[in-house]
Ligand binder design. Structure first.
Ligand code: GCB
Length: 607
């Protein structure tokens, strides 16, 4: 799936800004056709952003169901004869889109883009009424799953098995764009190198043509110098003296695909391409043939007031802090992030574990959150409906992100039940699907603390072992001595069981900024630093460890509950991005490691 862009043959108009906004408290908007007229409301809402924290109104914040957005859009008059499309980079979790009175798109899955060809419903030079209804409901059929209950007095309540707050709305940009009748529909690149020679294997699909058009491809280096060309919809580009995309030293070529009819240019699309390889060999994780050690965080798209709304300035700030603290990687916990984030990582050499929104596929967790533990893999739980949405989530993620050099692992779920009967039957086809969609990247899932190596059933289906462990927090709270022993014992068991690389994808304690203790008390800033230092001692002793991603980069908002005070406080930065003392300790360690295990010297094959 190609991101819309402006090119010689395409134009792009951003539709972010203020929209009329109305909350559908009585669920009558669809029935009464709210899309047919200007919304009857005094509220306006900024896009992109979550709406929840923008209004000082509990009823809006806690609303379960639909909200409506609306604005007028004028189609540029020069677009006569072009195909005209609308694209929403996300609508969380379900979006329905009308152009005047016509429903043009409907999409479920809150973190993925979708588009509609609206050519037949608009007129260049004229304005149309764009209306979008967005539903925030999570059910057993959605990814992530959730449960809706209706109280005796008719109020809908939402519960879910992940802690981050269920922010909703139009979190990412909205676009109007034009394409010619014959288009470059998709591009897939796979890169490699042998000594100084790089290769970019490409496959291009076109749409709307008669079959008589020609496809040409050219590759330019970062200075704009043409370094390779090829003809045909599939082929290979060869680069002499290739400059590799390296962690911490990004380098991007630009691949331009053009469709011609004779000498007439029909469409042109340009894709940034980083040449790099990824491979798991034994217990090592190799990028460009060199052992790579992940340092960084599990993160969240989460900021004060805008919630999960994408903000370029906040994004740059977060990447600057990653750089400051010496992190070389992050995981898109627990859903795909905005495409701007992936592109930024590509341009700045940050390594990404790219995760689907499949979080909360563990009904045994009910007990932890004060409910009752249920069986996970049964009808009405994680069942065929969940699996169908999960397939869609994987297909859409790979389609959207397959060409990003920063993405080195697909994480297809966070903390599913991996030890109950039915887990293998559920996950085997999904692991296989991911490999079929992308045979070039390692595939993994993130294992929960209950699923120790003696119990879990899934590790052999995946290339890397990714573990979330909270010894010293949820278990052995305040006792780092015992925690150190248990952690090391368990990591050695994983190493012995699979002989695969292990990444600690979550570890860290809740920490109140400003709370100090000379006794290493849980919640103190000193405890966070001591906790992380203990984990690091263990990681340094276990060969198979190839990475550490602290939970979390920053404090983040959660649902209500007795386990959280105004959110999850495991951040190394506060929610407003001030460092806790642990940030300085991490900075020291990660700067010294520089992407290597124990700071060992790296031999760079392609300097
Ligand atoms: C986990 C989850 C993460 C939570 C974290 C916590 O295992 O993957 O989403 O936020 O624990 O802090 O409890």
């Amino acid at each position: 799936m190609l991101k819309p862009q402006a090119s010689e043959s395409r134009e792009l108009v951003n539709l972010d800004g203020l929209y009329r906004f109305k909350v559908d408290f009585d669920r009558t908007g669809h029935r009464d056709g709210w899309f047919k007229a200007p919304l009857d409301t005094a509220l306006e809402m900024g896009v992109p952003a979550s709406y929840n924290d923008v209004f000082p109104d509990k009823a809006i914040r806690d609303h379960v169901g639909y909200v409506w957005y609306q604005r007028e859009v004028r189609v540029p008059r020069g677009w006569a004869g072009e195909r005209i499309h609308l694209r929403l980079d996300s609508a969380t979790h379900e979006g329905m889109v009308w152009v005047d009175d016509v429903l043009v798109a409907q999409h479920t899955g809150g973190y993925m883009p979708f588009s509609a060809d609206i050519t037949d419903h608009v007129t260049p030079g004229r304005a149309f009424r764009l209306t979008i209804s967005v539903n925030n409901e999570l059910t057993q059929a959605t990814i992530p799953p959730g449960t809706i209950t209706v109280t005796a007095d008719g109020r809908r309540q939402q519960s879910y098995l992940h802690d981050f707050y269920n922010y909703a709305g139009l979190h990412r940009s909205v676009w109007l764009y034009s394409t010619p009748a014959v288009t470059v529909d998709d591009i897939t690149v796979v890169t490699g190198f042998e000594g100084p020679t790089g290769t970019v294997d490409y496959a291009i699909t076109t749409a709307g043509g008669s079959g008589s058009e020609t496809v040409t491809v050219s590759l330019h280096d970062a200075d704009g110098v043409e370094v390779a060309t090829a003809d045909g919809a599939t082929g290979a580009l060869v680069i002499n003296d290739v400059v590799l995309w390296q962690p911490g030293a990004a380098y991007l070529y630009s691949l331009t695909a053009e469709i011609r009819n004779g000498t007439n240019l029909l469409d042109s699309y340009t894709l940034p391409v980083g040449v790099r390889t990824v491979e798991v060999r034994g217990k090592e994780f190799l990028i460009n043939g060199e052992p790579f050690y992940f340092t960084g965080f599990g993160m969240h798209e989460d900021h004060v007031a805008i919630g999960k709304g994408h903000s370029n300035a906040q994004m740059v700030n977060d990447f600057q802090l990653l750089d400051w603290v010496g992190a070389n990687s992050f995981r898109t916990s627990h859903y795909p992030y905005a495409e701007e984030v992936m592109e930024f990582a590509d341009r700045h050499g940050i390594v990404v574990i790219d995760e689907t929104a499949a979080v909360g596929l563990h009904l045994g967790f009910g007990a932890v959150f004060g409910g009752i533990a249920k069986k996970t893999y049964e009808d009405g739980g994680v069942d065929a409906k969940t699996a169908a949405s999960h397939r869609q989530a994987i297909e859409e993620l790979v389609a959207r992100d397959k060409n990003h050099p920063s993405v080195v692992i697909w994480s297809i779920a966070n903390e599913p039940n991996g030890s109950e009967e039915g887990a293998r039957e559920y996950f085997e086809p999904l692991a296989q699907l991911t490999r079929e969609l992308d045979p070039t990247r390692p595939v993994g899932y993130v294992n929960v603390m209950f699923d120790t190596p003696d119990k879990e059933l899934l590790g052999d289906l995946f290339d890397v072992i990714m573990l979330n462990r909270y010894y010293g927090w949820y278990l052995n709270n305040g006792d780092l001595e015992t925690a150190e022993q248990v952690l090391e014992k368990e990591l050695r068991e994983w190493e012995a069981k699979y002989g695969k690389p292990i990444i600690m994808t979550e570890y860290g304690p809740d920490t109140m900024p400003g709370f100090h203790s000379i006794y290493e008390q849980p919640w103190s800033e000193e405890y966070q630093a001591a906790f992380l230092a203990m984990y690091h001692r263990v990681f340094d002793r276990v060969d198979a460890m190839v990475g550490e991603q602290v939970w979390n980069f920053a404090d983040f908002q959660t649902s209500n509950g007795i386990m959280r005070v105004d959110g999850n406080k495991k951040g190394v930065f506060t929610r407003d991005r001030r460092p806790k003392p642990a940030a300085f300790a991490l900075r020291q360690r990660w700067t010294a490691l520089a992407g290597t295990k124990n700071g060992s010297t790296k031999t760079v094959s392609n300097p």
